[in-house]
Design a protein around this ligand. Sequence first.
Ligand code: ATP
Length: 199
Amino acid sequence: MFLRRIELSGFKSFADRTELEFVRGITAVVGPNGSGKSNISDGIRWVLGEQSAKSLRGGKMEDVIFAGSDARRAVNYGEVSLTLDNTSQSLPLDFNEVTVTRRVHRNGDSEYLINKQPCRLKDITELFMDTGIGKEAYSIIGQGRIEEILSTKSEDRRGIFEEASGIVKYKSRKREAEKKLSDTEQNLLRIHDLVSELE
Ligand code: ATP
C-alpha cells in the first residue's frame, strides 16, 4: 500500500486546489522556508484524524483553513483528500484505491468521507488501525519525534510496537467490549433494585 495522491484545497497555505501525485520509491518535497512543505505533512495527519490544533501548529482547528493573504481573500472551508493504492487489499475495502477526505468549515462543522461516502471519524480511525498509517502511527515521523520516542516512558514506547505488530485494533475492541459489559452490569444492578422494590 502506498500514498498515491494528496489534494489540498483551502488548507493552510494551499488556497487553491493543489494536487501532488506520488510514485513508488522515494519522493522528496523541497522548497524555500515557509513555502508549505510541513503543511503537506500536517494535511496528511489532519485527514487521518488529528484533533489537536497544537500539533498542527495552530491555536484552534479553524487555523487550518486558508486565512487569506495580501493577494487573496480567506476561504470558508478547508479540505484534504488522501488517496492510497489498495491493490494489495491491505485496507479492508474492496477497492483498488481508497480516498479519505476531511473538510472543515469556519463555523466548526466537520465532514469525513471514505471514497466520497460520508462517514464518521471513527470509521477512518478504524480503517487505518494496525496499518501503520494512523495519525499516531510510525509512518509519519515529525521533527523531534525520534528524540521523543527514545526519551518517552517504556509503556508509551510499547504502544509503537503494538501498532507495528497489529494488535491495536483488538485492544480497542476489547476496551469497547469491557465498557459495554460494565454498562450492562450497572443496568442489571438497577433492574435487581427495581425488582426487589416491587417484591
Ligand atoms: P520550513 O522549511 O521553514 O520548515 P515549510 O516549507 O515547512 O518551512 P510551512 O511551515 O509548511 O513551511 O508553511 C508555513 C507557511 O504557511 C507560512 O507562510 C504561514 O503563513 C502559512 N500558513 C499556515 N497556516 C496558514 C493559514 N491558515 N492560512 C494561510 N497561510 C497559512
